[in-house]
Design a protein around this ligand. Structure first.
Ligand SMILES: CCCCCCCC/C=C\CCCCCCCC(=O)SCCNC(=O)CCNC(=O)[C@H](O)C(C)(C)COP(=O)(O)OP(=O)(O)OC[C@H]1O[C@@H](n2cnc3c(N)ncnc32)[C@H](O)[C@@H]1OP(=O)(O)O
Ligand SMILES: Cc1cc2nc3c(=O)[nH]c(=O)nc-3n(C[C@H](O)[C@H](O)[C@H](O)COP(=O)(O)OP(=O)(O)OC[C@H]3O[C@@H](n4cnc5c(N)ncnc54)[C@H](O)[C@@H]3O)c2cc1C
Length: 673
């Protein structure tokens, strides 16, 4: 960690002196090994130490246009260095991935309001890598990796983001000219939202309805040039621009795009899955949803992003809570560190546990994605729906928790948390954006619920279930009897499983009852609230189940002292979860008032234990000061000095008297109204 060289606040030092486990060992786990931590530090420093980035400039005070231009300038500094470093490291694909993984944090520090090239290196490159045939790979990949072309992923339209089957952009094939003609037939068919589209990129993957031989063959991906390679002027027939100011992501350059008779060559339809013969004959893919593959990959990646945002927010909130003193607990004693107020612990400690459990889930899902993709490459697509359901479910549950937790962290910093310099606003804006992009969270939960209902029917008919939903058998096996609660970690898991299965049953029954008077679709819509609740509970089941399995493995491999911390974290996650979901649990589990009181007491005991470890855990997340970028969360804990220094940098403080005094205020004050 690049620690600030200033003297550490004595309250924070006192906390660190009491840490009873090896923080470095925790860091090594969080980043996947000592070697990876070394790499991370090296890469971070390699980029952040570059004076050309001019990180001294606080971009939050710039205008919208200046912010964008500075973000582009900084990104180019970074990407030039990236290629230099890549060559130095050996130039393999693995080296590139390593740098990109570490850049995810570093980029946030360099461009806090978003990266105007993020889609080029993520969705654009991934789609070309995964949805093209060999010839197309050979044509496009070198140009993408050399950045000779820059691209984005243009799917969402003004009228449709969720229901992509009804996208309106058309691509009509003419076998005589061997060209597609792209059109935006209506205002609502304009592409709207794609990141980096407005003024940055010159190419895009465009999702459009394919028309050939007079028939529509559904949405297909096309690679389309949008701007001239020399002048960057929009090509003929292209109407393109920026969509304007947003809640966040100000420098991501989200754009709009309309087509008027834009010609695209035959070879530009991505042909790994669906195929179009030159004569216009359409050949269906093995599974029509293969064209949704890029979204699945990004949803999987979003779990680690959520974990990291929570880790960052809790680092800020906890460090601040260990140096801020307010409100004596005993009237005659000195004011305590605010963390001594139990409600403050309740705000921050469960968040830290979530970051750890989400990280376990991200690792698990990444492995699962890899193995299901490998199966897919051999033509076996059987597990695609399972991966889709799981990634939708966890994308929704983890980003919802993320936004909630980051907001609680902001509240836990009181007034100072509302300052931009506290560093929580950009984290929150990114969290809340993640609830919407890559599939709106309610819609994601409903997709997961489809899988749950199917699995429930399967279980009722004595069929086979995938591992993650086998708990539905237990529910059916109990035949209406309630699960009996036992206060162990596995007991809590069984209780959450019973709640998830019970809610799935309620949703299923709702649909079955309504089906008598309505179509299955209408009946499903009417059961929507139950379905989303069931999917959400299922997400928590997955998190707890994977958390238990992964943390048991971790405990076997780390020192006993760190093992105890992990055990504490897992219990914190589990008890916090069951207490938050107690209404659902009571409905399906035989749990008494005494049991609940015991859980509440247990939470207090867990807090007591975690009180000494917490600072070690957040230090172990290993966010350096430039990455934390927070007056309240810096390593040295000198929050008041940081706050006043940051305030002095306000543009308004660069002069004693602002011109508005003479222009407006003084005449107003002298006017006697
Ligand atoms: C310190 C902190 C560090 C943090 C660092 C942070 C860095 C990050 C920063 C900045 C990054 C910014 C990046 C921004 C990027 C944003 C990009 C975008 O947003 S791109 C647009 C996304 N758009 C969507 O996601 C549309 C959502 N809609 C859909 O996906 C579909 O419409 C869906 C799935 C909801 C429905 O699709 P249907 O209408 O074709 O399907 P139906 O007819 O309903 O049938 C569903 C059946 O299809 C299967 N299905 C659907 N999708 C599937 C799939 N992918 N695989 C397998 N099966 C699938 C289902 O299992 C279901 O099966 P059965 O019928 O139940 O058996
Ligand atoms: C910051 C940001 C970046 C983005 N980047 C990109 C990008 O790079 N490329 C790109 O193509 N797109 C991008 N998007 C678009 C994004 O993917 C969509 O906005 C998102 O998928 C939601 O779709 P929508 O806007 O149509 O919402 P809507 O579907 O209109 O949602 C509105 C409301 O309707 C509800 N609703 C809709 N359908 C259903 C249903 N079936 N059942 C129940 N409720 C429903 C939703 O739950 C929600 O409450 C981005 C969006 C944001 C915010």
């Amino acid at each position: 960690m690049s620690k600030n060289l200033s003297i550490v606040n004595k309250d924070l030092k006192e906390e660190r002196d009491k840490i009873n486990f090896n923080v470095e060992e925790f860091t090594n786990w969080f980043y996947g090994g000592a070697e990876k931590v070394k790499e991370k530090k090296y890469i971070e420093n390699y980029f952040l130490s570059d004076k050309d980035l001019n990180l001294e400039l606080d971009t939050s005070y710039l205008s919208y246009k200046d912010k964008y231009e500075e973000a582009v300038r900084r990104s180019i500094v970074v990407y030039k260095k990236l290629y230099k470093l890549h060559n130095e490291m050996g130039g393999t694909h693995e080296d590139f991935v390593k740098i990109m993984e570490n850049l995810r944090f570093t980029m946030g520090a360099i461009n806090p309001e978003g990266n105007p090239f993020v889609l080029h290196f993520s969705m654009f490159a991934l789609t070309i890598m995964n949805m093209t045939n060999d010839e197309q790979k050979a044509e496009w990949l070198p140009r993408i990796f050399n950045c000779n072309i820059l691209g984005t992923y243009a799917q969402t339209e003004l009228g449709h983001g969720t229901y992509i089957q009804r996208l309106e952009t058309t691509a009509t094939y003419d076998p005589k000219t061997k060209e597609f003609t792209l059109n935006s037939p209506t205002l609502t068919s304009y592409k709207w939202w794609p990141g980096n589209l407005g003024h940055t990129v010159d190419h895009a993957i465009v999702m459009a309805q394919l028309y050939s031989q007079g028939k529509c063959h559904g949405i297909q991906p096309f690679i389309v040039q949008l701007r001239d390679s020399e002048t960057h002027k929009p090509l003929p027939g292209i109407d393109i621009g920026d969509i304007g100011n947003k809640v966040g992501f100000q420098t991501v350059n989200n754009g709009f795009l309309g087509f008027k008779n834009v010609k695209v060559p035959y070879k530009n339809m991505l042909m790994k899955n669906s195929k179009l013969l030159e004569d216009g004959t359409f050949i269906k893919p093995k599974n029509a949803k293969l064209n949704y593959g890029t979204m699945v990959i990004i949803r999987v990646h979003m779990i680690i992003d959520a974990a990291c945002r929570i880790a960052k927010a809790t680092t800020i909130a906890l460090r601040y809570s260990l140096v801020r003193r307010q409100s004596p607990i005993n009237p005659n004693e000195i004011e305590p560190k605010i963390i001594e107020h139990i409600t403050q612990q309740n705000k921050i400690f469960p968040g830290i546990a979530k970051a750890v459990v989400f990280k376990c889930m991200a690792d698990y899902l990444t492995k699962l994605h890899l193995s299901i993709t490998q199966e897919g490459n051999t033509g076996n697509l059987a597990r695609m729906p399972e991966l889709h359901a799981l990634s939708c479910c966890l994308k929704a549950v983890c980003t919802n928790e993320d936004a909630k937790t980051v907001e609680v962290c902001r509240l836990s910093c009181g007034g100072h948390g509302f300052l931009r310099s506290a560093g929580l606003d950009d984290v929150y804006r990114n969290s809340t954006a993640a609830q919407t992009y890559e599939g709106e969270n309610t819609v994601m939960l409903l997709q997961a619920a489809r899988f749950l209902i199917k699995s429930f029917n399967e279980a009722r008919n004595g069929g086979s279930l995938t591992e993650g939903v086998k708990y539905l058998f237990d529910f059916i096996g109990r035949n209406g009897k309630r699960e009996i609660f036992d206060n162990s970690i596995n007991g809590i898991l069984r209780a959450i499983q019973a709640a998830a299965a019970g809610r799935t049953y309620i949703a299923w029954k709702h649909i079955e009852d309504d089906k008598r008077h309505n179509s299955i679709e209408v009946a499903t819509n009417l059961a929507g609230v139950h379905l989303t609740k069931a999917a959400e509970l299922h997400g928590y089941v997955c998190l707890l189940q994977v958390g238990i399995e992964e943390i048991e493995k971790i405990i076997r491999n780390v020192s006993p002292a760190l093992g105890l911390v992990f055990k504490n974290i897992l219990e914190l996650f589990a008890v916090d979860l069951i207490l938050n979901k107690i209404g659902d649990v009571i409905q399906h589990v035989d749990i008494s008032n005494e049991d609940i009181e015991k859980l509440e007491k247990q939470m207090e005991t867990l807090f007591k234990f975690f009180r000494t470890s917490a600072i070690g855990v957040v230090d172990g997340f290993d966010f350096s000061d430039p990455i934390i970028d927070s007056t309240l969360g810096s390593y040295d804990g000198n929050v008041y000095e940081n706050l006043i220094n940051a305030a002095r940098k306000s543009p308004l403080n660069q002069e004693d008297v602002n011109r508005t005094f003479h222009l407006y205020i003084k005449p107003f004050m002298k006017s006697n109204l």
